[in-house]
Ligand binder design. Structure first.
Ligand code: SAM
Length: 295
């Protein structure tokens, strides 16, 4: 999973909507997913629904021009905002000048050691919980979410804006037609709720798609018991790599030359080999993974 490094500035050609106040000198970079939130109501909903209090350390992903950073800093104990675009950094530092509970870090979130950063800041400032919040750069939505889930940050919740289509996929019940490979790891680690639908007009420049904000409340224990979590995730990935094919065929992506092993494992897990990945519940993927491990 590689992050998209800084692209050439693409400017604002083709978007003739008047620039809202506060955007002087800022040319949104499409290559970095820069669609800035300009709707105060949506900003208020995100801050309120994310569960932030004065005991909270917020790690904000992609602060941009600071639309969320400032109200988050008012509600939280401390905000560490991680922004990749160097051109945003000075503006952010000016906007947050004098606010001693805001720290701006110029870094790629995919290369940030969130756990160490949070542990140190929480100890130093006497904060008791971590919440991760962001209006995500959409080109790396999945890698960011997977990193946050897999890196054991200790966060209580993750509240993130993303493309509505992706939010629907993530919020879908595992085992339904709307589910996809990303649905399963998210539900394994968290309880999912949609806290806002956000029409495209709420951004500058307006993107071509609508958005939604999801809140993922991290579970203390994963949703199902499985012997080898990594193997289960590989089964899910393989199953959805060819989602129109039967499980017996799509699971060959795991690298088994001989379908006999797969067939036996599916049988032992009580799963019909002609089913498709999208019909399996999380429990069934766990059973399949456990029987494959024993095969
Ligand atoms: N939070 C702002 C808002 O709501 O208006 C900006 C959101 S904008 C959709 C996404 C932000 O993420 C941009 O400021 C962009 O520069 C930043 N970004 C893009 N890739 C990033 C990365 N790998 N790490 C950190 N920030 C990134």
């Amino acid at each position: 999973m590689s992050s998209k490094k800084k692209s050439k500035r693409s400017g604002n050609k083709g978007n003739h909507a008047p620039r809202p106040r506060g955007f002087a000198g800022v040319r949104p970079d499409k290559g970095l997913g820069q669609n800035f939130l300009i709707d105060e109501e949506v900003i208020g909903t995100i801050v309120r629904e994310s569960g932030v209090s004065k005991d909270t350390l917020v790690i904000e992903i992609g602060p941009g021009t600071g639309a969320l950073t400032l109200p988050l800093a008012e509600a939280a104990g401390r905000v560490i905002a991680v922004e990749l675009d160097e051109n945003m950094i000075e503006g952010l530092r000016i906007k947050t000048f004098g606010m001693d509970n805001v720290e701006i870090i110029h870094q790629d979130i995919l290369e940030t050691d969130i756990k160490s950063l949070a542990t140190e800041a929480m100890a130093e400032h006497g904060l008791t919980e971590l919440r991760i919040i962001g209006n995500l750069p959409y080109y790396i939505t999945t890698p960011i979410i997977m990193k946050l889930l897999e890196s054991d940050t200790g966060a209580k919740s993750i509240t993130v804006m993303m493309q509505k289509e992706v939010a629907d996929r993530i919020a879908a019940e595992p085992g339904t037609r709307a589910s996809g490979a990303i649905t399963y790891p998210v539900h394994y680690h968290a309880r999912v709720s949609e806290i806002a639908f956000v029409p495209r007009e709420c951004f500058y420049p307006a993107p071509k798609v609508d958005s939604a904000v999801l809140r993922l409340d991290l579970r203390n224990e994963p949703a199902v018991c499985v012997k080898d979590e990594e193997l289960m995730m590989r089964c899910i990935k393989a199953g959805f790599s060819m989602r129109r094919k039967t499980l017996l065929n799509s699971l060959t992506a795991l690298g088994y030359q001989n379908k006999e092993i797969l067939s036996k494992a599916l049988d032992a897990a009580g799963i019909d080999p002609s089913r498709r990945a999208e019909t399996l519940s999380l429990e069934e993927f766990a059973k399949l993974s456990d029987s494959l491990q024993e095969a």
